[in-house]
Ligand binder design. Structure first.
Ligand SMILES: C[S@@+](CC[C@H](N)C(=O)[O-])C[C@H]1O[C@@H](n2cnc3c(N)ncnc32)[C@H](O)[C@@H]1O
Length: 274
């Protein structure tokens, strides 16, 4: 997926809705990532504020949680492709040092700083782990931590099945979605662990979180999938954001309600001493 398309989707569609977090999938996942850091003894020993870089920081939800809910002393930095997301992060966390750019250019930013913690949360659908890993390795202190949270290809199996239904394809012009061309998500937890290890990280904790999602109707689905950002590229590819009322009514009859789950890997990895 083109970076300028993702940037437009976040700037123009998602940013104004992102913090509503319908179905609480983001909030619940970030709470788990906070717990992983909180249970890490080495971080409790820090004598000064932890320098933390959130790559794809979005609206700053994670650093806010670390500081306000977990009570951690942090010196926050963030990078994100979307100016609109970064603007919200800056309002939320006034001392967060922020840059707007593609994470593929991470080396060009915050060049004089090394970090105790770097986060990538729901980022590796846009920029593959193998691209991010060497850049994160470079910017971490020896023994620093990578807080990884990311969706996998195993997410939303029921939605994937519905999208493949012949009758729906007939009604909606036979469009089908080629998932790997739209997202670069890892396959599963084993894939994440293997990739982190291959880039010189020791995986200290990992788990797969499968939160349920429920859509009573098309509108609830669009709040989550389109305006909430979870499946915006797929929605645009299928043209669902442009459906007229009649087509929405047909879809409501044929496809909803839908119950499904995401599949999210949370890993805390440590840069190994060289
Ligand atoms: C699903 S949001 C996650 C935001 C935040 N990490 C969180 O967990 O709430 C994905 C974020 O990644 C950003 N993003 C997408 N592609 C990017 C890229 N190539 N470089 C930097 N940021 C990117 C988007 O602008 C968006 O803010």
């Amino acid at each position: 997926m083109q970076t300028d398309t993702i940037q437009r989707q976040y700037d123009e569609v998602i940013a104004q809705h992102y913090d509503l977090d319908p179905q609480n999938v983001t909030g619940d996942s970030l709470d788990k990532a906070v717990e992983q850091l909180q249970s890490t003894e080495n971080l409790k020993l820090a004598e000064s504020a932890l320098r933390i870089l959130d790559v794809g920081c979005g609206t700053g939800m994670f650093c806010e949680r670390l500081r306000n809910e977990a009570g951690m002393s942090i010196d926050p930095y963030g990078l994100d492709l979307s100016q609109a997301m970064v603007d919200i992060a800056g309002e939320r966390i006034s001392d967060m040092k922020l840059a707007v750019d593609d994470a593929a250019n991470l080396d060009d930013h915050f060049q004089d700083v090394s970090f105790n913690i770097i986060c990538t949360h729901f980022m590796t659908g846009f920029v593959p782990i193998d691209v991010l890993a060497p850049k994160i390795h470079n910017k971490l202190d020896e023994g620093g931590y990578w807080s990884f949270v990311g969706g996998t290809m195993g997410g939303f199996p029921n939605l994937q099945k519905k999208a493949d239904l012949k009758i729906l394809k007939m009604i909606f012009g036979g469009k089908s979605i080629d998932t790997p061309s739209l997202v670069s998500n890892p396959q599963d937890e084993a894939d994440v662990v293997q990739k982190l290890q291959s880039h010189g990280f020791e995986v200290c904790q990992s788990e797969t979180f499968q939160p349920e999602v429920n859509f009573a109707n098309f509108d609830e689905f669009m709040d989550f999938a389109y305006r909430g950002g979870w499946l915006t590229p797929f929605v645009e590819k299928l043209g669902l954001h442009k459906l007229n009322r009649t087509s929405q009514a047909i879809l409501n009859k044929l496809a909803f309600p839908i119950k499904d789950h995401h599949s999210i890997v949370l890993a805390l990895a440590r840069k190994q001493n060289q």
